[in-house]
Ligand binder design. Structure first.
Ligand code: ADP
Length: 269
């Protein structure tokens, strides 16, 4: 097993089997990271507020994983402190008839963030080279061409001022089984279980191959992929909070100045 670089270096071939989904770095217990994670989440919400106030940058966060991989939990635990004003979460489902009548990026583009906004994609345009590829929903020549289409699309977004961060949550097949079993045994989680998820689980190896191509072909300087070990939710949250924090801190944002002479303003009774 290799140590995680997290950031997938552009133009390198990723082999997922080389990376342990149960990896948690130098930590063995959630309590060791609780304070840092909490502080990171608080700082992230301050920075999101700043991004909103400054109105200069846009941030796009893409989350992809196998079923029960922790996309929802990541949004809740890492991004839950964001101010709902200025944040938009889109969960991409099987395309509607209207969506299918367009090119695959049509429904994606209209949900990208404007200046001052954060957009979170729970699934994304990458489904069009994942589930679509695994199930052969379009001919190979069509999905193969999409890696280039995606890179060009993301380049255009980045050139327009959108900062893009993409996270692949890497869970093991055994951990997915445990999470599915919890969904079955806990009535408040029953709604999250669909028998169809088992059909996807049968195709685990095909999905891993499809994810490997996504990570190998579509991690770029302007829209990098991060591979995050995700069997331990607390470590996953720590890693993602650190990466987002680093990203937002690096934008060098400032609150807009107030009107001149505000110190002389007296609010009348
Ligand atoms: P989630 O699992 O994300 O909580 P759902 O259970 O509704 O939500 O699953 C959404 C489904 O939509 C997934 O099975 C996913 O593979 C599928 N899907 C998303 N995008 C596409 C697409 N472009 N083509 C086909 N299926 C898609």
């Amino acid at each position: 097993m290799l140590d995680y670089p997290f950031l997938v270096t552009p133009d390198t071939k990723v082999r997922l089997a080389d990376y342990d989904p149960g990896y948690s770095g130098e930590y063995t217990h959630r309590r060791e990271v609780r304070d840092e994670r909490k502080a990171n989440v608080e700082r992230l919400s301050e920075l999101q507020n700043l991004l909103h106030a400054e109105g200069r940058h846009a941030l796009l966060i893409v989350l992809q994983a196998m079923d029960a991989g922790g996309k929802d939990g990541t949004i809740r635990c890492v991004m839950g402190g964001f101010n709902p004003q200025g944040v938009h979460v889109t969960s991409f489902k099987v395309p509607t008839r209207r969506e299918s009548a367009h090119d695959f990026l049509w429904r994606i583009h209209r949900n990208t963030p404007g200046r001052g906004e954060v957009a979170i994609f729970n699934r994304s345009h990458y489904e069009d080279v994942l589930v679509v590829r695994v199930h052969g929903l379009v001919p190979e020549s069509v999905w193969r061409a999409r890696y280039d289409h995606i890179n060009a699309f993301e380049k255009e977004l980045a050139d327009s001022g959108v900062t893009i961060r993409k996270f692949f949550l890497h869970i093991s097949k055994a951990e997915q089984k445990r999470r599915f079993e919890k969904r079955l045994s806990n009535p408040s989680k029953n709604w999250k279980f669909a028998r169809g998820d088992l059909r996807e689980r049968e195709r685990w190896e095909d999905y891993m191959a499809a994810f490997e191509d996504v990570l190998s072909l579509c991690s770029t300087d302007y829209a990098p992929w991060y591979m995050v070990p995700a069997d331990k939710k607390w470590y996953r949250n720590l890693v993602i909070s650190r990466i987002l924090l680093e990203t937002l801190e690096s934008l060098d944002m400032h609150y807009p100045p107030g009107e001149p002479d505000l110190d002389k303003v007296v609010i009348p009774d």
